[in-house]
Design a protein around this ligand. Structure first.
Ligand SMILES: Nc1nc2c(ncn2[C@@H]2O[C@H](COP(=O)(O)OP(=O)(O)OP(=O)(O)O)[C@@H](O)[C@H]2O)c(=O)[nH]1
Ligand SMILES: [Mg+2]
Length: 426
């Protein structure tokens, strides 16, 4: 299956820092601590939108950074939480951590949302640390950092529109003219043996997926020629683009060709015949094609619109693409996920950090590192003894003491955490 893919570096917002402040009011004899907490950093949220069918709109989005939370303020005022950043993606998008390949989420329903990178928590201001023992704490926390990583989004593409027609009418040439798809093109019949998909971008605002299908011949619905399997591919496309060869050298009659293919579509399954159809008269660059076009239009009658193009010379392509986009928009979706059940990926994102590791690079030296530790470090400022002892207490809560002991640390061994060195006291 054809897969559309984009990679984006995401970074959620950092939490605002808590501050150290004291009340100084004339009528209050002893001003207490009054440093407010920081606000929460913005989340990065993705939302499924069934109006989108490809990832084209995200292709130029190299970074998505959410806003940072506001720092705390005087008079115990909390900093403002940052706004979340919401990005829309097509329904069916699957999210991966690009480095670890872990599946983070899978959005299958319109409107469904997932927090891909939660914003950092705001740090506490000094008022939060006041206690009967310490009425004037000179301690605050920095807001925790947002999460930053390279996100990969994948979308399994199903075609919105299928090109049908006799062999050699120019279906592959047309998809080559309008997308990055590069199927083989040749003057002999049945050059295309498998469907090729291409993402078509129209005016930079709308995109859809086009399938270049193998040629159909009379009797296809009963399995003649390359047969039924190709009609099956058309089943899932919302709109059919019927390509007809207008060059006299084809030695075929355009109106007969049109009728034969229509008949195949209708006899295969009724819904196929009812699907919206756009008629394309191709190879209009060839001598004699104008006369044949006039005749075809007369035979089809005034109700049927015909797009006269030259896929090879890229003549009249844009009006055709606009018409296709418009027809797709006005055609309801089929339940395309029915037969994709087995591909389903469960939601596995937990939002938790994996923790830390203890390593022993040499005798009497232990190094503790990992995201949990980094998080703690970023929240602490080591300017006051109070803050340092708090940091050490938090390490204990995380079980770092235990882990060091388990790794063989003994009294007065050196423990290195980031740029800091401590003596291990058992
Ligand atoms: N003059 C002219 N030739 C074209 C045009 N479009 C396609 N052709 C030629 O027609 C031949 C068949 O084109 P393809 O695009 O391979 O046709 P197809 O419909 O994909 O054929 P199958 O895959 O066999 O079903 C090639 O030699 C093309 O160069 C056109 O607009 N004008
Ligand atoms: Mg082809």
């Amino acid at each position: 299956m054809f897969v559309d893919e984009v990679k984006i570096v995401v970074r959620s917002g950092k939490g605002g820092d808590g501050i150290i402040a004291f009340r100084r009011e004339n009528n209050v004899p002893k001003g207490g601590p009054a440093g407010g907490d920081g606000g929460k950093g913005g989340d990065i949220i993705f939302e499924a939108d069934q109006g989108m069918t490809t990832l084209v709109d995200l292709r130029y989005m190299k970074h998505v950074f959410a806003k940072n939370g506001e720092n705390g303020k005087h008079k115990n005022m909390r900093g403002k939480d940052a706004e979340d950043t919401i990005v829309k993606v097509p329904t069916g998008s699957i999210f991966y951590n690009h480095l670890s390949n872990e599946v983070l989420a899978d959005l299958t329903k319109h409107g469904e949302r997932v927090v891909i990178a939660p914003g950092g928590r705001g740090g506490r201001g000094n008022q939060a640390f006041a206690s009967p023992r310490n009425k004037a704490p000179h301690i605050q926390e920095n807001g925790s950092l947002g999460k930053e990583f390279e996100l990969r989004i994948e979308l399994k593409l199903l075609a919105d529109v299928g090109l049908v027609g006799f062999p050699s009418v120019g279906k592959s040439t047309l998809i080559t003219a309008v997308s990055q798809s590069r199927p083989k093109i040749a003057e002999y019949a049945f050059t295309t043996l498998i469907p090729n998909l291409g993402v078509v971008d129209v005016d930079g605002v709308k995109s859809f997926v086009m399938a270049d299908l193998p040629g159909i011949i009379e009797g296809a619905h009963t399995g003649i020629g390359l047969g039924l399997q190709f009609l099956k591919h058309i089943e899932r496309t919302r709109v059919i683009v019927h390509v007809i060869d207008m060059s006299p050298t084809s030695l075929r009659d355009p109106f007969d060709d049109y009728g034969i293919i229509r008949n195949e579509l209708e006899r295969y399954k009724l819904q196929l015949g009812k699907r919206p159809e756009i008629i394309v008269a191709n190879k209009m660059d060839m001598d004699g094609s104008q006369e044949r076009l006039a005749q075809l239009k007369e035979q089809l009658g005034p109700d049927k619109e015909v797009f006269a193009i030259s896929a090879m010379n890229r003549f009249n392509i844009l009006p055709l693409l606009r018409k296709i986009a418009q027809t797709i928009d006005s055609t309801p979706l089929f339940n395309i996920y029915d037969d994709m059940e087995e591909d389903k990926v469960l939601y596995t994102y937990t939002g938790e950090d994996i923790g830390y590791v203890v390593e022993k690079p040499s005798d009497h030296l232990f190094v503790v590192s990992g995201p949990k530790i980094d998080q703690l470090m970023s929240k602490s400022n080591f300017l006051s003894d109070e803050a340092v002892s708090r940091f050490i207490r938090q390490l204990r809560v995380l079980g770092v003491d235990e882990a060091l002991r388990a790794a063989g640390a003994a009294n007065m061994d050196t423990v290195k955490i980031s740029d800091f060195e401590f003596d291990f006291v058992d």
